[in-house]
Write a protein that binds this ligand. Structure first.
Ligand code: ZN
Length: 342
């Protein structure tokens, strides 16, 4: 990126109400067949237009074609039975009914590549594409086949690498892996989680990112955050190993979080997407609040490596609130950009 402080979002954006139930995770589609295919493309166009209108520099599909950031990818794979459901505890936090791994997992055909090509046709701006990370994928499944979290993660990493290579060929500039599980299973992250992520990015020439957050603004997550005490030091557990990894960019939750900003020093040298927008509240940040968070982060990230972003995806928010937050992100980054260039 040649522009100083290029803005982006962490992931999902709200869908139009004619496509899916608004302000809901795992919202069912309202269309079917060809109408659904066309509807998703139209929603992607709208989402892109809103990002561009707000002045977002690195744009995405707003995850308009997927119901959920993890499940939709898994639905396209062989070896997972969506009828055979079991209840597991997701990220040690809340019970969810999830599909079962019943055989060797594999990807018979690309999952998001056509969507990425479509987005590429619509814009000349740099584009970022999100995929679930291997550890977060296994955490959203019951595994009756491999019966080893590490083995299953490794198989998913190989599949993600196939998808990522094709996304790169489709013209994606940054491929991001969402790994909220990195904030929970520290021993596993250091033992094999980051290694699996590096397997997923093997051979890529485009930039790569890992998004590590405290989750969507849903009740299970906000309740969990209340138990984390006055300082959230989870990042401290994984940053030293992450700094040594080949990942180019680390995406973090910093707005209204209790993460001590100085922890970012532990990944000095990496590009850092600083979450300066809280996705767990309908209150829209002022540009000055955004600038303030970015200014604090600047003590620990070189200016040419700071990428203003959101804490997490905004799918559960209303479109109006999300639009307001995108505008605030742009305006806040602009305040700081002008200070730096003055
Ligand atoms: Zn997130």
């Amino acid at each position: 990126m040649t522009k100083l402080l290029p803005t982006s979002t962490a992931g999902s954006l709200p869908k139009p109400s004619w496509l899916a139930q608004p302000e809901t995770l795992w919202s069912p589609w309202k269309l079917e067949g060809q109408e659904l295919i066309d509807g998703k493309q139209d929603a992607l166009r709208v989402s892109l237009q809103e990002q561009q209108k707000a002045g977002i520099d690195i744009v995405s599909d707003g995850e308009q074609t997927r119901q959920h950031f993890v499940t939709t990818f898994i639905e396209h794979l062989d070896g997972v039975d969506f009828e055979q459901r079991k209840t597991v505890k997701i990220r040690d936090r809340y019970d969810a009914s999830v599909p079962s791994v019943v055989g060797a997992v594999s990807r018979q055909k690309p999952v998001f590549v056509e969507d990425a090509k479509f987005l590429r046709q619509q814009t000349d701006k740099p584009i970022k594409w999100a995929l679930p990370g291997p550890m977060t994928m296994i955490d959203t499944l019951y595994d009756g086949h491999y019966q080893s979290r590490e083995k299953l993660a490794w198989e998913f990493a190989k599949i993600l690498n196939q998808e990522a290579r094709e996304l790169e060929a489709a013209g994606v500039d940054i491929i991001q892996f969402d790994e909220p599980a990195f904030n929970v299973f520290f021993d596993e992250v250091n033992d094999w989680g980051i290694a699996a992520l590096e397997r997923a990015i093997e051979g890529l020439k485009c930039e790569t990112a890992v998004h590590i957050c405290y989750g969507y603004g849903i009740k299970a997550n906000t309740d969990w955050k209340k138990t984390l005490g006055s300082e959230w030091r989870q990042y401290e557990e994984v940053f030293p190993r992450l700094r040594q990894s080949n990942i180019d960019i680390v995406s973090l939750e910093c707005q209204n979080s209790r993460v001590p900003m100085d922890l970012i020093e532990l990944i000095r040298g990496k590009k850092v997407m600083i979450g300066a927008i809280d996705v767990a509240t309908n209150t829209i940040e002022t540009p000055e609040q955004v600038a303030d968070t970015l200014r604090k982060a600047l003590q620990f990230v070189d200016a040419d490596k700071l990428y203003p972003s959101t804490n997490c995806g905004m799918a559960p928010l209303s479109r109006e609130v999300a639009r307001g937050k995108l505008n605030a992100l742009s305006a806040g980054a602009d305040i700081l950009r002008r200070e730096l260039l003055a």
